[in-house]
Design a protein around this ligand. Structure first.
Ligand code: HEM
Length: 470
């Protein structure tokens, strides 16, 4: 039975709660239906655990900004907690260790050039490998999934480890595969089984593989940390690991909350959070370029005009490209890459929209409900860059654009992701024409649900644009 004045929702059954009323392969349509029936704030039971689902911009703002501290916790006892031991940044409790690690990671990303030249150079350097691969496949129909995953993972590796991997490097390939599979397990029905039925956790089910794979990547990164310890020059950081070791040294004997255990989880957090997200957004963009050729052409026209005579794009150029900016934001809106954000939990007894929500309640921010909210967008259900253009054709970002979430737990990698999306997509569109291949079948825009949602696999053909040579 729901606590007194708790948000309403469908009646749960013993053991399963409301699980059997949701399509676990993709619960988004069910959540939309329940929101129409029960309102913008409603509740569900995952097993015996109550969860409150937040829908729509005004609710999201009131909870995550207006009552930021009350809603800034992370839940306990889930597969993700057991993978990360509640350390690092993503699943860390709202408290001093999370705050200091978040501040450290943001500052270090900035020092390595977020907003400055050197981060751009790292990203542009990586793009040259992507371009080389695409040039080699010009005219053929290919599946771009692995290529874009490789590129976004390598950008994070270069920031954290100071070096990138060749795309065919054995460990790199294994790591990318493990990350993709882990996110599938953590987000899919097996993750739900793990999270809601603790009795089954020791059985040899797929989540055991997720735990094992996470450990394998962790061991490899521990080796990289040991290498850094042996070769670093104090206060001359080459990358994020060196900066962390400097920070530990600066803090002296008792360097808490900075220690090896926190460092490794923070590194894995960034690796996992920064790979699928960016690459799935790029894949969504290319899908729409191929199927909306007028949009692709208009972007290319703007890019050609602004970059005329320049060897490479810079992040600053975005201010002269309102249409390209609108297209990237529209891609992020329709992609809704983290449809249910990362789950939060309440840090104290609180109130929302007149309902009482006890401390420790699981909170699920439905970001898709905001990105597709009818009152907030000119064309909520279409792919239309005009959602981000005013009557004068200038770029304008509506308040409801929140694919990175909002509030104190908002995406830590937003700055990096925005820079990557702009530099990668502009460079690719400048150099290539993306064409839906003859053997591609009918385009399917419906996403594959997950913590990070992805477009269905598709094939693409690239041609070098006129006037450009290998
Ligand atoms: C298009 C790309 C991306 C999208 C759409 C995205 C979206 C999000 C969202 C919705 C959250 C949850 C925020 C919340 O709980 O309220 C999040 C958290 C996070 N993201 Fe991203 N993200 C992206 C790229 C990245 C990248 C490149 C990195 C790494 C450098 C990153 C690192 C993180 C971290 C560490 C958190 C946890 C923050 C915290 O709990 O304090 N993300 N992201």
């Amino acid at each position: 039975r729901r606590p007194k004045n708790f948000p309403p929702g469908p009646g749960p059954i013993p053991i399963f709660g409301n699980l059997l009323q949701l399509n676990l392969e993709n619960p988004m349509p069910d959540l939309e239906r329940l929101s129409v029936r029960y309102g913008k704030v409603f509740s569900l039971y995952f097993g015996g655990r109550p969860a409150v689902i937040l829908n729509g911009m005004s609710v999201m703002k009131e909870a995550l900004i207006g009552k930021a501290v009350d809603f800034a916790g992370r839940p306990n006892g889930l597969l993700l907690n057991h993978l990360t031991q509640g350390k690092g940044v993503i699943m860390a409790d709202y408290g001093p260790s999370w705050r200091e690690h978040r501040r450290f990671a943001l500052m270090t990303l900035r020092n390595f050039g977020l907003g400055k030249q050197s981060m751009e150079e790292r990203i542009l350097g990586e793009i040259s490998y992507v371009c080389a691969h695409l040039e080699a496949s010009a005219g053929k129909s290919i599946d771009p999934q692995t290529l874009f995953h490789n590129a976004s993972c390598d950008i994070i590796c270069s920031i954290m480890f100071g070096s990138r991997y060749e795309y065919d490097h054995d460990f790199f390939q294994a790591m990318i595969k493990m990350m993709a599979e882990n996110s599938k397990i953590a987000n899919g029905p097996w993750g739900m089984v793990y999270d809601t039925m603790p009795l089954l956790r020791n059985l040899p089910l797929p989540f055991q593989r997720a735990l094992r794979d996470y450990h394998t990547v962790k061991l490899h990164v521990l080796g990289i940390i040991a290498e850094h310890r042996a070769t670093r020059v104090p206060r001359e950081p080459r990358d994020l690991i060196d900066s962390y070791l400097d920070e530990m040294e600066k803090r002296g004997e008792n360097c808490a909350p900075f220690d090896d255990g926190q460092m490794i989880i923070m590194l894995l957090d960034l690796l996992f959070a920064g790979t699928d997200t960016t690459s799935n957004t790029i894949r969504t963009a290319v899908l729409y370029f191929m199927t909306h050729t007028d949009v692709q052409e208009r972007c290319q026209q703007e890019i050609d005009e602004v970059l005329e005579g320049k060897a490479q794009v810079s992040f600053e150029d975005r201010h002269k490209m309102p249409y390209m900016q609108a297209v990237i934001h529209e891609v992020q809106r329709v992609a809704s890459t983290l449809p249910l954000s990362v789950f939060h939990c309440t840090t104290k007894d609180t109130e929302l929209m007149g309902y009482q929500i006890p401390r420790g309640t699981l909170i699920i921010p439905n970001l898709t409900s905001v990105l597709y909210e009818e009152d907030q967008w000119k064309f909520p259900y279409d792919f239309n860059p005009s959602n981000f253009l005013n009557d004068q054709g200038q770029f304008e970002k509506p308040e409801a654009f929140m694919p990175f979430s909002v509030g104190p737990r908002t995406c830590l990698g937003e700055g990096l992701a925005r820079m990557e999306l702009f530099l990668i997509l502009v460079t690719l569109l400048r150099r290539f024409q993306f064409i839906w291949p003859e053997d591609g079948g009918e385009p399917d825009f419906s996403p594959v649900f997950g913590v990070t949602q992805a477009p269905k696999p598709y094939r693409m053909t690239v041609q070098l644009r006129g006037g450009l040579t290998n």
